[in-house]
Design a protein around this ligand. Structure first.
Ligand code: NAD
Length: 419
């Protein structure tokens, strides 16, 4: 592999599984089972475009392991979606649900498309077609989709409606991250970022830092990146840089995320924001800051830029932002890494709350939701931190050991049939 080559995500996920298996002295049969998804569905989606032509999009849904509960995972719309990428993301969902100890297995879906070039009508037709093609394999007790990159609460409303139409009754518990009026809840959208912020708070405490003296650079200003900027700003941190797919902005004195959002809503990007220096996404990663939070796509921190990272804490809000070579280099440099399967597990935890409320037809208060999220995130952080101390490993290995270990235990308990 060349110096800058970005690794295949499935290879990364398998490599991580191997590391966890070695540290856990995992039964080789269970290791073998965990290498493969239980099911991977590939679908073709003919969609009538607004100009009358038909385009066929490729989609998939990968269900990795459900030994601990129904499959759960986001749906990603992106031109670079591949089966390998979705398989890795599904595997990470399995570990993530186990790390935060919620009764779900891991899944992920993806459609290879460019939503930025599609109208809302085209996206609706695509989403409904996709839902129909995976209908027999999803559902509240089978597999519950949620938003991911370039999908949102509207996408979830279309999935829920299509699923409900085929069932003949309303099934709000079939998806999470849907709009409040159809059974979603307001805090779901910010919950991933709130979970990242809880982890950052715990890491800052361990490193004896103080929020008010701490600067943060965030790559990505979508659902996770923007909410993280807003929450950390409210908590007293100084947000010095943010970016989106078009580029980034930097002001060492601090940015007001609300003003930046207003600019992005008007200009279509954070780029061009006044009172800030324009930087590229690559430059943003190398800026002087105390905390770096990648909140966009995978494979952003590689062997070639790891040595230039100056942050003390790397909070992986995105899935798979750091390649294994970069991970090793950062660890050797003493960077405190909050690994993705811990850092961004607040999203699936809040999805679990939403699902539970839909199943029981209850409504919890926002105070209750926040308190539960905080309790579960802090417990997950502490579990990983304690294990890393006990096993003398870094936080990523400890998180993998915790997640893989819990799933392996469930598989062992269920047994293999036919025996
Ligand atoms: P989003 O679509 O809302 O936002 C993605 C952001 O990344 C946008 O600001 C986009 O402009 C930016 N971006 C795209 N390509 C980029 C590039 N090449 N360089 C820099 N920025 C780029 O997606 P999201 O839901 O915020 O997800 C972001 C990350 O967080 C993903 O890795 C996702 O898997 C992960 N995640 C999301 C959730 C959730 O609840 N949404 C939960 C867990 C993990």
């Amino acid at each position: 592999m060349s110096k800058d080559a970005k690794p295949n995500l499935k290879d990364v996920a398998l490599q991580q599984l191997g590391i966890a298996a070695e540290h856990l002295s995992l039964d080789s049969n269970i290791h073998e089972v965990l290498k493969y998804p239980k099911r991977a569905l590939i679908v073709s989606l003919p969609v009538k475009m607004d100009n009358g032509s038909v385009r066929v999009f490729l989609g998939c849904r990968v269900q990795h392991n459900d030994a601990r509960g129904p499959f759960k995972g986001g749906v990603r719309y992106h031109p670079d979606v591949t089966l390998d990428e979705v398989t890795a993301l599904a595997m990470w969902m399995t570990w993530k649900c186990a790390v935060v100890d919620i009764p779900y297995g891991g899944a992920k879906g993806g459609v290879c498309c460019n939503p930025k070039e599609m109208s809302s009508h085209e996206l609706e037709r695509l989403t409904r077609r996709y839902t129909t093609m995976i209908l027999d394999f999803i559902g509240p007790y089978r597999d519950v989709p949620a938003p991911d990159v370039y999908t949102d609460e509207q996408t979830m409303a279309w999935i829920m409606d299509t699923y409900s139409l085929f069932k003949g009754y309303s099934v709000p518990e079939s998806v999470t991250g849907k709009p409040v009026v159809v059974g979603g809840f307001r805090l779901r959208e910010e919950s991933t970022s709130r979970g990242v912020a809880f982890c950052i708070r715990e890491a800052v405490k361990h490193l004896r830092m103080k929020a008010k003296n701490t600067s943060v650079a965030i790559q990505g200003f979508g659902s996770v990146g923007w909410n993280l900027a807003r929450i950390l700003h409210e908590d007293g941190y100084r947000i010095v840089a943010v970016s989106d797919s078009k580029g980034g902005i930097y002001n060492p004195k601090g940015l007001n995320p609300l003003d930046v959002l207003e600019h992005k809503n008007q200009a279509g990007s954070v780029k061009g924001y006044k009172d800030a220096k324009q930087v590229t996404n690559d430059e943003l990663l190398e800026l002087t800051c105390d905390i770096l939070a990648p909140a966009a796509l995978e494979n952003q921190i590689t062997r070639s830029n790891a040595s230039k990272i100056r942050a003390k804490i790397l909070a992986e809000a995105a899935n798979g932002p750091t390649t294994p070579q970069a991970d090793k280099a950062l660890h050797e440099k003493g960077v405190f890494i909050i690994p993705d399967i811990l850092a961004n597990s607040g999203g699936v935890t809040a999805s679990y709350f939403e699902w539970e409320q839909n199943l029981t037809r209850e409504r919890w208060s926002e105070k209750e939701v926040n308190a539960r999220l905080e309790r579960m995130m802090v417990k997950a952080f502490d579990d990983v931190y304690e294990l890393s101390k006990k096993q003398k490993t870094d936080m990523r290995v400890a998180a993998l050991m915790l997640g893989v270990g819990r799933v392996a235990e469930a598989i062992k308990t269920l047994g293999l049939w036919p025996s």
